[in-house]
Design a protein around this ligand. Structure first.
Ligand code: PGA
Length: 272
């Protein structure tokens, strides 16, 4: 289903020359949110794309330039059946990359337990907890080659709650890179839903590399359509997209429709 473009809110697209600048600019956004609200609720994802941001965030935390000590961190996806101590756990990944090095106590983290005996109830608990936290201040997400974000695959309705979702073949194929050869990527995962994501005060979508160029162009230049979950992010109150030169190479309308921001300019809502 597609909707009228009038439903769109504020979308800003920043094109950076390379991945290093993308990560530095993403760090500015995260730090801007934390400066405004040290106890911000921040949802993070995992994968290749945000790894530069997390490296920069670790360095900034360790240099005392920013603190996550009072922030609440959400991990937005997990594989079904996987415990957090499993080396391929997505929450485990975030714990190693961000929580432990940035001194975020585990008690401040909210995650989907992949090994929960009742995964549907676990997803309901997750959404209730987000409600109790007062909603999410910042969601950091990345786009997949098929336009997905998180495990919200094409066809996900825009009001979908957090839930157990079927992984698309391209998602499993791409994520297999992180799995030991002898283990198969599960066919399902638990994911933060569209409803919680779209009600976040601020969404930061990162896209790096030419493999993401077609999906990013569809998400930003095409209609807002459930078949391209990334396009639904344009329904959020504030969406900032940071893409490197390769990922942005197929964008057509960015300057006229989205108001291209150079990577040195201020970002909406961050006060930086
Ligand atoms: P990535 O992919 O590992 O390239 O960041 C993200 C995704 O497919 O959602």
């Amino acid at each position: 289903m597609s909707v009228d473009a009038a439903e769109t809110r504020q979308t800003h697209v920043a094109i950076t020359l390379d991945y290093q600048r993308l990560s530095a600019f993403a760090l500015e956004v995260v730090c801007g949110v934390l400066r405004q609200k040290p106890d911000a609720v921040i949802s993070l994802t995992t994968g290749r794309t945000p790894s530069g941001l997390y490296r920069a965030l670790r360095q900034a935390c360790q240099a005392g330039q920013v603190s996550l000590a009072t922030a609440r961190i959400i991990c937005s996806e997990e594989y079904t059946g996987v415990t957090i101590d499993d080396p391929i756990s997505l929450f485990g990944w975030l714990r190693r990359d961000v929580l432990t090095p940035c001194d975020v106590p585990l008690t401040s983290a909210l995650y989907l337990a992949g090994d929960a005996p009742d995964p549907d109830a676990e997803c309901r608990r997750f959404d209730e907890q987000i409600g109790r936290l007062g909603g999410i201040d910042l969601v950091v997400q990345t786009i997949g080659v098929n336009g997905h974000f998180g495990f919200n695959e094409p066809g996900t309705p825009r009001d979908a709650p957090s839930r157990v979702a079927e992984l698309a073949p391209s998602t499993r194929e791409s994520n297999a890179a992180y799995w030991p050869e002898q283990r198969r990527v599960p066919t399902t995962g638990l994911t933060m839903g569209l409803r919680a994501t779209l009600s976040a005060r601020y969404i930061l979508l990162l896209a790096a590399g030419c493999a993401k160029a077609p999906a990013l162009a569809q998400a930003l230049d095409g209609p807002i359509d459930d078949q391209v979950p990334g396009s639904l992010l344009r329904l959020a109150p504030h969406l900032t997209v940071i893409a490197d030169a390769e990922a942005s190479q197929e964008l057509r309308l960015r300057e006229t429709v989205y108001g291209l921001r150079k990577c040195t300019g201020p970002l909406p809502g961050t006060g930086t």
